[in-house]
Write a protein that binds this ligand. Structure first.
Ligand code: NAD
Ligand code: MG
Length: 400
């Protein structure tokens, strides 16, 4: 038995679905993990309650007004947590010398800079924020390598694949023939495709198997989530686009598969509970109690697999299209999708128009040389793609 000091964990996006699940796992292991910093965009009361429960050194709210509100609440409660504001503070706490592990659970491109900061500082980087790696691409992976960071997937599919692979990454390339990412198919797997124009945000956010943030819930309904995951897998496992395949598996029990060169198929199974991949990313290469229920295969004996219908899910193949196009195209796809999803949630765009905006932006916004060489370049490309997507969204609105 070895005695270690507890790992100091920074949870970026702590009030979200992944953030709260992360704090749930951490609270089960006070001997192993301490919360060093928490961050959120809004929901001051929830962040305040988290600060009182976990007593972090720092809490970050980018907005100065909300930060002042949190500061006052903490002072009143006698807490010693220090409150920081501004977006730059997210990168500061992610790279803080006393931090061991960073949970990157901010949603969207806003999470790129802090995730890169954690990577460059050589942290154990628990990556839930798939948009950051889709936007960051090769630059993101270089930051991990140059910083000596340990990148651990939290997305359930990528965690499943990671769990099926040996610890020694240098053997991965030799043994993988291809990957099969499983997809639940979301709430509209069986809905008449001709009625997808009528989908409301509430219907899109009612996922059959997982409770998640609104953005990823809409992405699951369009299957843009799986498109982003194909791109994420390309970078995490250093594969060619054609080595990544997708199958619909409505039960969400097989979380993904590795098909090896000898055609042996390795799969990871479990109940749909994000605390399993979160716990594995926290404890790798060990295993710890996660709080997830035990899988009862007799209660769910029929594991089904089917092809994703192109008419129902036109966004899925945009991932391979973007991966084969100029470097930076995946950043364009991600930016357009973030804008389209926000517009849909805001009732400014129809559900079936989300993938139209994404395709049109992908085909029109050309990455320029230099865009992919720095975080600033990527964020400029991201901004260009967003402006283009916003114009498309406005044009759609004008034709209603
Ligand atoms: P969520 O909306 O529930 O939470 C997002 C968190 O990020 C919140 O704490 C919010 O305050 C913070 N945030 C939002 N915008 C921000 C900004 N601009 N700057 C700083 N902080 C900001 O989202 P979620 O479902 O927890 O997902 C988080 C990430 O994890 C996403 O990238 C998602 O794709 C990924 N992911 C989630 C799940 C899941 O089960 N929820 C599964 C796999 C991957
Ligand atoms: Mg996933």
């Amino acid at each position: 038995l070895t005695l270690h000091r507890p790992q100091q964990v920074c949870v970026l996006g702590s009030t979200g679905s992944i953030g709260t699940n992360t704090l749930d796992v951490i609270a089960r292991h006070p001997d192993r993990y301490r919360v060093f910093a928490l961050s959120a965009m809004s929901r001051v009361d929830e962040l305040l309650a988290q600060c009182l429960a976990h007593a972090p050194r720092f809490a970050v709210l980018p907005d100065a007004g909300l930060a002042a509100q949190l500061r006052a609440g903490l002072r009143e409660a006698g807490s010693r947590t220090e409150v920081l504001d501004g977006m730059a503070a997210l990168s500061e706490i992610a790279a803080h010398p006393e931090v061991d592990a960073v949970m990157a659970a901010i949603v969207g491109a806003a999470g790129l800079s802090p995730a890169i900061a954690a990577a460059r500082a050589g942290k154990r980087l628990l990556l839930a924020n798939k948009e950051a790696i889709v936007l960051g691409g090769a630059l993101f992976m270089r930051a991990v390598e140059e910083g000596g960071a340990t990148l651990l997937p939290v997305d359930s599919e990528h965690s499943a694949i990671f769990q099926c692979l040996p610890e020694d990454r240098s053997t991965w390339h030799q043994r993988i023939d291809h990957l099969v990412l499983t997809a639940s198919g979301g709430p509209f797997r069986q809905r008449d495709p001709s009625t997808l124009a009528d989908v409301t945000p509430e219907q899109a956010c009612a996922h059959p198997n997982w409770v998640m943030g609104r953005k990823i819930s809409v992405d699951s309904a369009t299957m843009m989530n799986k498109a982003l995951e194909v791109i994420e897998a390309r970078w995490l496992f250093n594969l060619r686009p054609e080595q990544i395949k997708v199958l619909i598996h409505p039960q969400s029990i097989v979380h993904s598969m590795v098909v090896c060169r000898d055609h042996s198929v390795l799969a990871q199974l479990g109940t749909p509970d994000m605390r399993v991949p979160i716990a594995y990313a926290l404890s790798f290469p060990e295993r710890i109690e996660s709080g997830a229920g035990m899988l009862d295969l007799l209660a769910a004996p029929n594991l089904a697999f089917e092809e994703a219908d192109k008419r129902r899910f036109p966004g899925l193949h945009l991932s391979w299209q973007a991966l084969r196009a100029a470097e930076g195209s995946t950043a364009v796809l991600n930016a357009a999708n973030e804008e389209a999803v926000a517009a849909f949630l805001d009732h400014r765009l129809r559900f079936d128009q989300i993938c139209q905006v994404n395709r049109e932006a992908l085909e029109s916004v050309a990455p320029q040389s230099g865009d992919v060489d720095s975080v600033a370049g990527l964020l400029a490309l991201d901004a260009r793609a967003r402006r283009h997507a916003q114009a498309l969204i406005a044009a759609f609105a004008a034709t209603v």
